[in-house]
Design a protein around this ligand. Structure first.
Ligand code: FES
Ligand code: FES
Length: 163
């Protein structure tokens, strides 16, 4: 099968891989780069489990051609906890019980991080709108909303009140 050499920047690291020209970003991440955080949860771009950030914006990696994103900064769930330290959203997610089976969690994580980076104080309607492309089959939505509100509340507190 014909392959072409492409370059991707993922979680701040530059990778060079030889892949078929139309290979999907999700498959390159999982099969070629060994980054299995993003999941395939459907075959019709409807679940959001494959969500990654491309230049800070949520993108369905199952519907993106890898070679089209060679100039972009790609972030996967593996890239969130810089230096092994969980982000405030990840901490709040754990505390609020946002993960049940956990399959949808990487996708939700990426969408939530993008939302709060753009809008640190979203309304409930804005949170619902942002999460509308992510499905949780365990129906843990209340805990997920609670985790977001907890992370937002902490971000608004002065540093000394958080410690
Ligand atoms: S795997 Fe379901 S939207 Fe990408
Ligand atoms: S926690 Fe199981 S699908 Fe969301």
């Amino acid at each position: 099968m014909h392959r072409e050499l492409i370059h991707l920047t993922v979680n701040g690291e530059r990778y060079e891989v030889a892949v078929p020209p139309q290979k999907l970003l999700l498959d390159v991440l999982r099969e070629d780069l060994g980054l299995t955080g993003a999941k395939r949860g459907c075959d019709d771009s409807s679940c959001g489990a494959c969500t990654v950030l491309v230049d800070g914006l949520p993108v369905l990696a199952c519907a993106a051609i890898a070679s089209c994103h060679q100039e972009a900064q790609i972030t996967t769930v593996e890239g969130l906890a810089a230096g092994g330290e969980l982000t405030p959203v990840q901490v709040a997610y754990g505390e609020a019980g946002g993960s049940q089976c956990g399959f949808c969690t990487p996708g939700f994580m990426m969408t939530i991080h993008a939302l709060l980076a753009q809008n640190p104080n979203p309304s409930d309607a804005e949170i619902r709108e942002a999460l509308s492309s992510n499905l949780c089959r365990c129906t843990g939505y209340m805990q997920i909303y609670e985790a977001i509100r907890l992370a937002m509340k902490r971000a608004q507190q002065p540093a000394e009140a958080r410690s």
